[in-house]
Design a binder for this molecule. Structure first.
Ligand SMILES: [Zn+2]
Length: 135
């Protein structure tokens, strides 16, 4: 398949993923807001708090992925998609299939990770496992 066609397919995947994320985020939001606080039972209250905390963390992760997807779609529209922002070379399709909103090739990405060994590493594992599920 030509690179252009593959990229069109990635665009469709991005849009689908975006849709699923938005739906999931809406679900998380309603969980966060919809729970009436129970009175009297301390354990219930603790469980509610923990659940709310988990939901809001999940929402944060989803929000960040959503922003990454939006940015990728924007680059697609501008015809900039698929080129490394650091070394300007085309990002291999294998990498784009694994991380469709990648802004850098693996080499530049690893360099950046080394510079800021940060939650981003955890995030990309989450995204990679999603990609493995749908591959
Ligand atoms: Zn690069």
């Amino acid at each position: 398949m030509a690179r252009k066609d593959s990229i069109q397919k990635l665009r469709a995947n991005l849009l689908k993923r975006r849709d699923a994320l938005i739906r999931s985020a809406i679900g998380d939001l309603s969980l966060l807001q919809g729970k009436p606080s129970k009175t009297g039972d301390v354990l219930d209250a603790v469980a509610d708090t923990v659940q709310a905390e988990l939901n809001s963390q999940l929402l944060e992760v989803e929000g960040r992925e959503l922003a990454a997807i939006d940015a990728a779609i924007e680059r697609l529209d501008e015809g900039k998609y698929g080129n490394c922002e650091s070394c300007k070379k085309p990002i291999p399709l294998t990498r784009l299939r694994a991380v469709p909103y990648a802004r850098e090739c693996i080499a530049c990405h690893r360099l950046a990770e080394k510079r800021k060994s940060h939650p981003a590493a955890m995030m990309s594992r989450v995204f990679d496992s999603y990609q493995a599920d749908t591959a």
